[in-house]
Design a protein around this ligand. Structure first.
Ligand code: FAD
Length: 382
């Protein structure tokens, strides 16, 4: 008789939530710990969900809620800084023809939908808790000591604790995110009626100025520039900083820029790159999402890839030939890495390359070609 299998998920972002929902559905006992007391705190302004992200969200059973709260569209406009539309390109439907190419969403909305699905799954959720130590000395499971002084024993630990993953470091993977040289100012704002898709302006005082509708009434807007010493920019000046770039853009930008007034609503983030190579596990602790890889959002693929990781790992852990916890071994976790790296590496490389061409001022780069090849690859099931 099979013994009940147990999993600890560390981190309740997109990847950890997706893994939890799918493993619970297969009858596996899952505990999820999230370091933040408020699970949906600082969830950010907006997110662009490409079809391949929507495909995973449908698998999680939350597509209807996503469709209702978000704003679906199927093209991207390329404009000059003054707002003149140069070209409108159809977005590829990477999730298949029965899903929109793209849905923009407010991040807190997406996170709420995932939190609700995790709660409904029956997983044991604890907030404000971290793993303090992971002991794998007996070789067939992990004993975890938690920051609330409790202890648990698991067949597998899934590290979904994001870019700065403490779990990654704890299992001896020394890779760290590296800045790509760009940074982004972001804000959520009311949606001007004419904004019905993402428009990107290249050039002007920033590398990119763009926006994405996130609901019938909202959008998120961003400007991308070379990164600066974060410590040298006073928090109180964030709105002034973003506005000083945004005010040079035309089209819908003046209407958006009028809302860049509250520094507390403006987010400033560097772009990072990370790709852990060789394997994403040590013993029975395995990485998913940003803990294993991260790319600048030039292709808007970070969360999509993170949720795909969770989907693929859950499929492999619950496949018929992995019936017992004993089968959750090195070979299975290495096969998970091999399956994912072949898809993740080209996306990370393309995302970084697109930004690097801009940093280097390369004017004749084949950006549409690289984007097209990468997105075509993503249409395949992960
Ligand atoms: C500027 C910017 C724009 C982006 N735009 C897009 C986009 O448009 N589309 C897209 O698909 N992707 C986008 N991304 C990428 C996307 O945000 C990430 O890839 C995605 O959030 C990764 O999900 P995750 O669950 O792996 O990590 P996270 O979302 O970082 O979640 C990790 C969770 O773990 C928790 N945690 C951390 N440490 C611990 C610990 N020790 N113990 C317990 N819990 C812990 C954190 O509190 C957090 O809740 C963007 C990224 C950036 C920086």
């Amino acid at each position: 008789m099979n013994t009940p299998r147990t999993v600890l998920v560390i981190g309740g972002g997109a990847a950890g939530s997706a893994a939890t929902i799918l493993l619970r559905r297969a009858g596996i006992a899952v505990d999820l710990i999230e370091a933040k007391d408020d699970w949906n705190a600082t969830a950010g302004s907006g997110i662009t969900l490409q079809g391949n992200a929507l495909r995973v969200l449908r698998e999680l059973g939350v597509w209807e809620q996503v469709e209702k709260s978000g704003f679906g569209f199927g093209s991207v406009g390329i404009t000059t800084p003054d707002g003149t539309v140069l070209h409108v390109a159809e977005d590829l439907r990477t999730g298949g023809d029965d899903l929109p190419a793209t849905v923009g969403m407010q991040r807190p909305q997406l996170q709420s939908i995932l939190i609700e699905a995790v709660r409904a799954s029956g997983a044991g959720v604890r907030l404000g808790v971290r793993a303090e130590s992971l002991d794998q000395s007996d070789g067939d499971g992990v004993t975890v000591r938690f920051s609330d002084r409790t202890e648990g024993r698991y067949d597998l630990v899934i590290a979904a604790d994001g870019l700065g993953s403490a779990t990654r470091a704890a299992i001896g993977i020394t890779d760290k995110p590296e800045p790509t040289g760009m940074a982004i100012w972001r804000i959520a704002a009311p949606r001007p009626a004419g904004v019905t898709r993402t428009d990107l302006a290249y050039g002007g005082p920033a590398y990119i100025a763009g926006y994405c509708p996130t609901s019938a009434t909202t959008l998120y807007a961003y400007v991308v520039e070379a990164n600066r010493d974060r410590g040298s920019i006073p928090r109180a000046s964030y709105a002034d900083e973003m506005r000083s770039l945004a005010q040079h853009y035309g089209g819908h930008w003046p209407e958006i820029t009028a809302h860049i007034t509250d520094p507390a609503q403006v987010n400033y983030t560097w772009f990072d790159r990370l790709l852990v190579e060789g394997s994403w596990h040590r013993g029975r602790v395995v990485l998913v999402g940003d803990a294993a890889h991260c790319c600048p959002p030039t292709l808007a693929q970070g969360a999509a890839l993170s949720m795909e990781d969770a989907w693929v790992l859950a499929q492999m852990l619950t496949a018929e030939d992995a019936e017992d916890a004993e089968d959750w071994d090195d070979a299975l976790l290495q096969a998970y890495y091999e399956r994912r790296i072949a898809r993740v590496r080209p996306v990370v490389e393309a995302s970084v390359q697109i930004g690097q061409w801009q940093l280097d001022g390369v004017r004749d780069a084949d950006v549409p070609g690289l984007m097209g090849r990468t997105m075509t690859m993503l249409r395949e099931l992960p």
